[in-house]
Design a protein around this ligand. Structure first.
Ligand SMILES: Nc1nc2c(c(=O)[nH]1)N[C@H]1C(S)=C(S)[C@@H](COP(=O)(O)O)O[C@H]1N2
Ligand SMILES: [Mo]
Length: 243
């Protein structure tokens, strides 16, 4: 997995070579992407990602990265259909939380049909459902010093814990949800059961699967390799992976 990505990044002669849709220069964009670029500069980060109709969903939604964390702890949780799984919310919050899947499911829910764009060059459209991250953060109460949220995952990739982080603009964005369902079914293990982050304005690697803990922090410096995410640390991917 890492070897394939390394080959892609190092061997292909530069980061994202050939993927002109990721450039920041509007003159190099296709008409559709140029329009989106201009729209984005007018509406800013509060703009919503495009949503689709039910019949536009992809017949097959592939998995990528870890398809099963395969640790004894995760196996035990999965064997019990995640009844004993708890989402920890801690760090710079007024009230640290430990939430069951049932509690997350009993909160107000948001469903959205969006397109997942992986940096490796594939996309898929699916319907995601779960509570808004904002609902959970309001329960915990963010302290004034919190600037980022770190998503700690159950899996290791190449021996390193997968993690990701976002800032508070994306944390409170209306389409940022903790999804437990894909296409009206419980998430499969491959797609990140029991919950995965959906942060629709950013590329696929930001959408942490197997989330175990959400930590509110003032700085990303002390976490992992310090660059705010697994791929940011190991391959120099952008921390803000906007699309
Ligand atoms: N915990 C964890 N989250 C992860 C990954 C991973 O390997 N581990 N891979 C990322 C990447 S690169 C992508 S494209 C998506 C893939 O999500 P999917 O398997 O549901 O298609 O998950 C992201 N989140
Ligand atoms: Mo990806």
């Amino acid at each position: 997995m890492i070897t394939r990505r390394n080959a892609l990044i190092l061997g292909a002669g530069g980061l994202l070579a050939g993927c002109d849709r990721f450039t920041n220069d509007p003159w190099l964009l296709s008409a559709e992407d140029a329009h989106r670029f201009l729209q984005r500069s007018i509406t800013g980060r509060a703009a919503k990602a495009r949503e689709f109709r039910a019949e536009q969903r992809s017949p097959f939604f592939r998995t990528n990265g870890t398809a099963n964390p395969n640790t004894p702890e995760y196996e035990a949780l999965a064997a019990g259909r995640f009844a004993d799984w708890r989402l920890k919310v801690d760090g710079l919050v007024a009230r640290p939380l430990s939430l069951s899947l049932a509690q997350l499911q009993s909160m107000p829910q948001r469903a959205q049909i969006t397109r997942h764009d992986c940096v490796e060059g594939w996309s898929a459209i699916g319907k995601w459902q779960g509570p808004r991250l904002e609902t959970v953060l309001d329960l915990a109460g963010m302290r004034d010093t919190a600037r980022y949220l770190v998503f700690h995952c159950a899996d290791l990739l190449g021996g390193r814990p997968y993690y990701e982080s976002i800032d508070l603009v994306d944390a409170f964005h209306p389409q940022t949800i903790l999804a437990w369902a894909l296409n009206d079914r419980y998430l499969s293990v491959g797609h990140g059961a029991p919950i995965r982050l959906r942060v629709e304005r950013q590329l696929g690697y930001k959408h942490a699967k197997y989330v175990m803990r959400i930590e509110a922090v003032a700085s990303l410096a002390g976490i992992g390799g310090g660059k705010g995410g697994f791929w940011e640390d190991v391959a120099g991917y952008e921390w803000y992976a906007g699309i």
